[in-house]
Design a protein around this ligand. Structure first.
Ligand code: HEM
Length: 115
């Protein structure tokens, strides 16, 4: 079954609107990545103040290939530039909206959808 990669973003109260605005204007390139299944941006409402960027992939290899792709770079180009890191991802820094990012990984071992 699929692998699930969740980028967990720390976003200050005053930056939430900016983060959501940026995602609203996201590149939309991930959709065409090989092995990509779905993406959701989850806004916290209870129990945590972290935003979850949830992505599902056919395989670990497909996810790795995407992180090394032009689509990933372009999808994060603004975050990288504004973050002033030169690259801006994978090191817990990130762009202007998120002050921290942590990658969590899971495998789907069961699934049910409404009948
Ligand atoms: C330091 C690490 C990261 C930070 C701070 C970060 C933050 C962001 C931000 C702010 C955007 C909105 C577009 C923009 O402003 O450029 C974005 C896009 C996105 N991020 Fe990340 N990201 C990071 C790494 C990752 C990783 C490891 C994943 C994998 C789960 C991921 C998944 C996505 C997806 C799927 C999009 C939409 C791209 C598209 O539409 O093609 N991000 N990210």
């Amino acid at each position: 079954m699929s692998v699930v990669k969740i980028n967990v973003l720390t976003v200050g109260e005053d930056r939430r609107e900016e983060l959501e605005r940026r995602f609203a204007g996201r590149a939309g390139l991930v959709e065409s990545a090989e092995g990509f299944e779905r993406f959701e941006l989850l806004r916290p409402t209870e129990g945590t103040d972290k935003y979850f960027v949830v992505t599902h992939w056919r395989s670990e290899e497909d996810f790795q290939r995407w992180t090394e792709s032009r689509q990933f770079r372009e999808g994060h180009a603004k975050a990288a530039a504004d973050g002033g890191q030169g690259h801006g991802h994978g090191h817990g820094h990130g762009g202007p909206a998120a002050t921290g990012a942590e990658l969590w990984a899971f495998e789907v071992i069961q699934r049910a959808d409404a009948t």
